[in-house]
Design a protein around this ligand. Structure first.
Ligand SMILES: Cc1cc2nc3c(=O)[nH]c(=O)nc-3n(C[C@H](O)[C@H](O)[C@H](O)COP(=O)(O)OP(=O)(O)OC[C@H]3O[C@@H](n4cnc5c(N)ncnc54)[C@H](O)[C@@H]3O)c2cc1C
Length: 495
């Protein structure tokens, strides 16, 4: 009998396992896939090493804090490099903008676009920094089980300063007029799964994360973070079973009794469900114990899914940086294709990551590791032919804007990943990539709750619950789940 079983070994599951093991709990992690990491999986092919999911290392303080909680440093596990430029934005042919690491340099570039913008940027960032600090300390680190958690006088006083009721788009427009500046400052909203007019202006805190805390890269790739957390969990005595897909959670009298995999059954005193929340509820738990029904889930605004291509290219690509955003098409029309009338987009925006620009270990000599990601509405049908059409579109735009002609013969390795792959590999609801959009009505107390009111010894974690999508939030979610388990399941641990 384990103290706690954790379903899923993404950032949330790994973090929960580490915090619980630190408190002396016997923890077993059950993971359906062949490796740990969840959406931050990794694979090697033809001499290339591909991160399958996240590629932006933002909010380094969250990772530092995580390892510090265990008396460790990130540098005990991986080496970080700050990228400069942080990223490149393509607005049109012969019109691109490198976002420098230095805030002063960026302010000067903004000033050149719009007189007075440097001063405005200083004010904008000051406000974003305040929100970041309050957000991390007072909002994100709360399980959001009840509004009372937020009833502290400072927070109530600040409810307007934190800009919960206006949008990122409105906020940015208050400070700046130039469309190029606006696109840079609105871009982090897309990380939060919705268009800037739907994301509360509180999340300008992401601009502070982006532009002041910076964009970093762990040498070896994002999967180094997973390797580090996995190593830490093993050090703490956590056990792992891979290729162990949970098929059923048996509940008796409102308590988790057995967790059934294909050929094995496990029992534990408590359960952390860190696989996709919707899947756990709708597929693993008997209906009467579910917290939400299918109609509830269908009403939630999901963050986009993605069409991804992992490409091994047989030559160096000039004119691209490590991170490249192709923002040369109409944001509004693209947003409509994702959220308002979901369909495959006519003119997609996309993102190209070339980690081999920073890290020689991820591609053979004189080759380039190219990761292309096109956000697309969840739950659409695709198919190889359609995917290939979009691949060609993206390669043509890269060719056009950078004078790199990438022909079929240049592609040494190619793998596509889209909706059905998200469903098959991660049990992702509607093939979502990043969980629920962080709209106001899906923030904090309005997210699917971490505790299940019908099951006494189960807590949920991961990007579909609090605090939300992204690597740092998922990691924080695992920590919150461990804290809730330690607080609410005490009687089980004493048995
Ligand atoms: C393509 C892509 C790009 C992204 N880019 C970024 C980025 O640059 N920066 C950033 O911060 N965030 C990014 N994100 C978001 C971030 O990666 C996720 O929010 C985060 O990794 C989610 O972690 P999680 O632990 O909640 O879920 P997951 O990583 O999905 O972990 C859940 C685990 O549960 C397992 N599981 C499911 N069902 C079962 C079952 N029945 N039995 C056992 N195990 C099961 C799954 O296999 C999986 O391993 C990106 C995500 C994607 C998909």
């Amino acid at each position: 009998m384990k103290d706690v079983i954790v379903i899923g070994s993404g950032f949330a599951g790994l973090a929960a396992a580490c915090y619980l093991a630190k408190e002396g709990k016997k923890v077993l992690v059950l993971e359906k896939n062949e490796s740990v990491g969840g959406r931050a999986s990794f694979f090697k092919a033809e001499g290339f090493a591909f991160d399958m999911g996240p590629s932006w290392y933002w909010m380094p303080d969250v990772f530092d804090k995580f390892f510090a909680d265990f008396g460790k440093k990130t540098s005990d596990y991986y080496q970080l490099e700050r990228l400069d430029p942080g990223y490149k934005v393509f607005y049109a042919k012969n019109d691109a903008f490198n976002v420098p690491a230095s805030v002063e340099d960026l302010a000067a570039l903004f000033e050149a676009l719009e007189p007075g913008a440097a001063k405005q940027f200083e004010k904008f960032l000051k406000d974003a920094k305040y929100k970041y600090q309050r957000g991390i300390n007072d909002l994100v680190n709360k399980p959001s089980l009840s509004l009372l958690e937020f009833a502290n006088p400072l927070l109530l006083r600040d409810v307007f300063a934190l800009d919960l009721f206006s949008s990122v788009e409105d906020l940015v427009s208050k400070y700046f007029k130039h469309p190029k500046i606006k696109k840079i400052l609105e871009f982090p909203s897309y990380f939060l799964g919705a268009t800037p007019n739907k994301i509360p202006a509180l999340y300008s805190l992401m601009n502070y994360a982006d532009l002041e805390l910076g964009t970093w890269y762990p040498q070896g790739g994002m999967h180094e973070i997973i390797k580090a957390m996995h190593a830490l969990a093993l050090e703490l005595g956590v056990e792992f079973r891979l290729n162990a897909e949970v098929k059923k959670i048996e509940i008796q009298d409102g308590e988790v009794k057995n967790i059934l995999c294909e050929n094995a059954s496990f029992s534990s005193k408590a359960l952390v469900a860190a696989a996709d929340y919707h899947y756990v509820e709708q597929h693993l738990i008997e209906e009467k114990y579910r917290q939400y029904d299918e109609a509830y889930w269908d009403k939630q605004v999901l963050a986009p899914s993605s069409l991804i291509y992992y490409l091994g290219i047989n030559k160096k690509l000039e004119g691209l940086e490590h991170h490249n955003l192709f923002f040369d098409k109409d944001f509004e029309a693209f947003g409509k294709d994702i959220y308002d009338h979901p369909k495959w987009p006519d003119e997609p925006l996309f993102y190209a990551c070339v980690p081999s620009k920073t890290d020689a270990s991820v591609a053979p000599e004189n080759c380039e590791n190219l990761f292309l990601l096109m956000p697309v509405a969840p739950n659409l049908d695709g198919g190889e032919e359609l995917h290939e059409k979009y691949l060609q579109m993206m390669l043509d735009r890269i060719s056009d804007f950078t004078s790199n002609k990438i022909t079929k013969e240049d592609i040494l390795f190619k793998r596509a990943f889209a909706h059905q792959d998200f469903k098959d590999r991660y049990h992702a609801y509607k093939g979502n990539a990043y969980g629920l959009a962080n709209t106001l009505m899906q923030t904090a107390v309005f997210k699917p709750k971490m505790m299940n009111k019908n099951i006494k010894n189960l807590v949920y974690a991961g990007q579909l619950t609090v605090p939300g999508p992204g690597v740092p939030p998922s990691l924080i979610s695992g920590k919150l789940a461990a804290e809730l388990a330690l607080k609410h399941f005490k009687t089980y641990f004493h048995d």
